[in-house]
Each structure stands twice: as structure tokens, then as C-alpha cells.
Design a protein around this ligand. Structure first.
Ligand code: FUL
Length: 472
């Protein structure tokens, strides 16, 4: 072989390599406010329990006045392991306990006040509900969080600066003695009448009384991964206590200013009240109602915190526990048949960023959150079409944006193609964010199309996942 011929061969091989390797296309720039690491982890939790339990349970009221004797706290068959068992069966991933509700009674042996469980004769003053539940949760693989009511109807110091020191000292106890705390719930109910150390009067607070900025800083100093809900800026209220997220749902504080990521949590009780009342035993939400709540909260990109209050025995009432087990089973069934990518004959899109495989339409079904279909920067309207190998009955469609790059999509529609070739519009939506679920009610489709009709920056989708109608 001559040198010339060798050089020619080498040249040809190199040319071939260049032809096969795609010129890398620049990734889309992040848009607007972005979630922090702790917020991204929190979005993945989706569904957890709320537990309202204190002396108020035994007085059969909703807002304890703050004058109950600690001795009134006497759960006779107390069993936090049963609470956790029910939560697991429902498919929940965490639990938040009212360590202190508005009545001011503390469910852990705090050194900061006498108004706590150590001064109840229950368990000879050795009880610690925060400790017990945090341990049971950990054993079961559930995250644990605390509700520490800012409004305290018992404490004499409430409405003075000394109370803020007290509140922070309690947070320090809770965040240093009970392992990882995934969320601190800073309730918004504030001031009014109460016991206040025996003064029995009205107290009102104003302006920046709680100084949330510094309280949040303290929480993050003690536990950097804790989400501060409400008072803090990590997560926000959905605006109602009935279990539905209004749409559009932007996970940012101010959509125009894009100042910071501020996702919503939907809080709702399985019963009319937050605390257990025997008279509500017949009013436990139905399975259909819970499913509707699921679709209208988690299905609209919010997290769901569902309250399940222990009764005076210290157990979840059988009606509630049975319903929650049924709910867990119904959820498993609902999402039991994700369509595998191999059942899709072709993926196509009206635009693919730089015509690159790195942003191709098929990435919406690769099961990865960090890969996504993307368009060129100049695009704000585009469609992705999935054509199936054969017609399928569709139960639900899940869409996800890769929110680590911001939330972009503001209008979209979903169309399906029936086996006779007709296209029908099934859904008109606004925001998607971390996830959106659309019920498709068993419609038979041979193809499915997602039309992005408006986007604040070039649209990205990390998931278009059809779920088939469950088997009988
Ligand atoms: C409200 C409180 O006033 C209720 O008692 C309950 O704790 C609910 C979750 O938040 O603001």
C-alpha cells in the first residue's frame, strides 16, 4: 500500500465520522424563575398526609381557645403506626403533624413552655407524639414535616416580640431533635380572641410581626432541604380548602416579573373539619370525590396534602382508613397501564430544535425527566404527534415540562385520531408545569396530538405519557 493510498483511506474514514456525528445544537436557555434543588425534590413528593391532633380533638372543636387542661389529652388506644399504615396504603409519600395548633398545646416535650404533653398525665408525662410519628414515618419510608401554628391562643407573649423568640426556639427544637423535616407549615390564620395566659382577650398583630424572612433563614440554616410553606417563600397555598387548584397554575410568584419559584400545595380534609368529630363520621369523602381532588390538584401541577384526623382513641377511624385503602388501590389501578414507547409507531413534530436527535419528539416517552422535546428559539406554537401501532382505549394523558428550565407553556390542546381517521379535540388547557393529567374517559385512538398554542419561551416537553384503560 502506498502512503498516498493510506492517507486517502484515513481521510475517507474521518469524513465518514464527521458525516455521522451531528453538530451539537445549543440547549435552550433557562426561562424566568427556576426551582431550587429543594423545590425540585418537593415536587416529586406529590401526595402526603396532614394530621390534625391535639387537646382540641378531645373538646370536639376546630379552634381550641387555648385554655384546655393538658390532662384532657388522653388518647386511649393511641397508635401512630396505624396512621402510617393507612398513609402507605393510600400511596402517600410523607406526613405533616400539627406539632402545635392555634390552641398552643405542644405535642412534644418542649423546654420552651409548660403547655405541652409533658404536663398531661397521659403516659405519665413521658409522651412525645412528634417523636413517635417521626419514627414511624421513617420506618415506613415516609417523609416527616411539622405544622407549628404562628397564632397561639394560649401564650401570654403572643403579639409581643418575645413570642417571636419563643416561636423560633420551638422551631429550633423541632428541626434539631426529630431528623429530616421535609416541610414546615406556616399557617396563615392570625390573631383574634384567645386565652393568652388567662387574659382572655382579643389580640391583633400587624405589619411584619412574624418577620418571616428571618424565620425562614433560621429554618434553612438548620435544615437546608426543608420547604417553608406559607409564611416562607418556598411553597404557597392554592387559595381554597376544598381540594382544587385553580388554573392557570404558574409555579412562580409573579408570572410577569418571574421573580421566584413558588409552587402551590392543595390542602383539604377527608372530612368537613380538620379535627376529628364523631358527628362527621358519615361525611367522609367518597372515593369519586377523592379521585376528583387528585386530578384537580396533583393533576394540575400542585402537591396534595390530605388531612386524616385521628379520633379520641388516637386512631384513624375505620371509615376513613377503609376509604384511604380503597383510594390507594384505585390510584394504582388508574395508572396501572402506561403505554410503552414500543407501541408508538412514529413520533413527529412540526419543529425540532436544530433538527437534532437530542431534542427529538420521541424523548417525550423515554421515561427521563431531564431529556425533552424542544423547538427552535423562535417558536411558540408547535405540535407533537404520536401514531400508535394499533388503536388503544385511553384513560389518562400525563404531560410534563422539564421545570428545571422554567415553566413556559400557557395554552395547549390535545387531539386524538379515532380509528376511522377523524381528528377530535379532547382537551383545551392552559398551564402544564411539573405535570398535568387529562382524563380521556376510555376514548379509542390510533393517534394523539399535543398542540402547543402559546409559550413564554420555546416550548419543551419531557413527557407525553398515555395511560390505557385498566384491565377489568
Ligand atoms: C387553617 C387553620 O385555621 C385550620 O384550623 C387548619 O389548620 C388549616 C390547615 O389551616 O388556616
Amino acid at each position: 500500500m502506498t502512503h498516498k493510498f493510506e492517507a486517502f483511506l484515513l481521510f475517507s474514514v474521518l469524513l465518514g465520522m464527521v458525516a455521522c456525528t451531528e453538530t451539537p445544537v445549543e440547549a435552550p436557555a433557562p426561562f424566568g424563575a427556576l426551582p431550587t434543588e429543594r423545590q425540585l425534590a418537593w415536587h416529586d413528593l406529590e401526595f402526603y398526609a396532614f394530621v390534625h391532633f391535639t387537646t382540641t380533638t378531645f373538646r370536639d372543636v376546630e379552634w381550641g381557645y387555648g385554655d384546655a387542661d393538658p390532662d384532657e389529652f388522653q388518647p386511649s388506644r393511641y397508635d401512630p403506626a396505624q396512621w402510617v399504615e393507612v398513609m402507605k396504603a393510600a400511596g402517600m409519600k410523607g406526613v405533616i403533624l400539627t406539632a402545635k395548633h392555634h390552641d398552643g398545646f405542644c405535642l412534644w416535650p418542649t423546654k420552651e413552655t409548660d403547655y405541652c404533653i409533658s404536663n398531661s398525665s397521659w403516659r405519665d408525662g413521658k409522651g412525645d407524639v412528634v417523636g413517635d410519628l417521626s419514627r414511624e414515618a421513617e420506618k415506613a419510608g415516609l417523609k416527616f414535616g411539622v405544622y407549628l401554628s404562628p397564632w397561639d391562643r394560649h401564650d401570654l407573649r403572643y403579639s409581643t416580640p418575645a413570642y417571636i423568640d419563643y416561636y423560633r426556639a420551638q422551631l429550633r427544637e423541632l428541626l434539631t431533635q426529630y431528623g429530616p423535616i421535609f416541610e414546615v407549615w406556616e399557617d396563615g390564620a392570625n390573631g383574634g380572641d384567645g386565652y393568652y395566659g388567662g387574659r382572655c382577650e382579643q389580640r391583633h398583630i400587624s405589619g411584619n410581626y412574624y418577620d418571616w424572612e428571618n424565620t425562614t433563614a433560621l429554618i434553612h440554616e438548620l435544615q437546608p432541604n426543608t420547604i417553608v410553606w406559607g409564611g416562607g417563600l418556598d411553597a404557597r397555598w392554592c387559595g381554597n380548602e376544598s381540594g382544587w387548584m385553580p388554573e392557570p397554575n404558574w409555579a412562580v410568584h409573579d408570572v410577569e416579573a418571574q421573580d421566584y419559584w413558588n409552587p402551590a400545595e392543595v390542602d383539604v380534609s377527608i372530612r368537613p373539619g380538620w379535627f376529628y368529630h364523631e358527628k362527621e363520621d358519615g361525611d367522609v369523602k367518597s372515593l369519586e370525590h377523592l379521585m376528583k381532588i387528585y386530578y384537580e390538584s396533583i393533576g394540575r401541577g400542585a402537591n396534595l396534602i390530605l388531612n386524616i384526623p385521628p379520633n379520641k382513641e388516637g386512631r384513624i377511624h375505620p371509615t376513613d382508613s377503609t376509604r384511604l385503602v380503597e383510594f390507594g388501590q384505585a390510584l394504582k389501578r388508574e395508572f396501572s397501564r402506561p403505554m410503552p414507547a414500543k407501541d408508538v409507531k412514529s413520533f413527529s413534530a412540526t419543529n425540532v430544535r436544530g433538527d437534532s436527535k437530542a431534542y427529538a419528539a420521541r424523548l417525550v416517552m423515554d421515561g427521563q425527566r431531564d431529556t425533552y422535546w424542544a423547538t427552535d428559539d423562535s417558536i411558540s406554537q408547535a405540535s407533537v404527534t404520536l401514531t400508535f401501532r394499533k388503536p388503544h382505549k385511553l384513560q389518562t394523558l400525563r404531560l410534563r415540562e422539564p421545570i428545571q428550565l422554567g415553566q413556559r407553556i400557557e395554552a395547549y390542546s390535545i387531539e386524538i385520531q379515532t380509528p376511522d381517521g377523524q381528528w377530535e379535540k379532547k382537551v383545551e388547557g392552559t398551564t402544564i408545569g411539573p405535570q398535568h393529567l387529562s382524563r380521556l374517559d376510555g376514548v379509542e385512538a390510533q393517534a394523539l396530538r399535543v398542540n402547543i398554542e402559546g409559550s413564554k419561551a420555546c416550548p419543551l416537553l419531557s413527557e407525553i405519557q398515555p395511560f390505557l384503560v385498566p384491565e377489568e
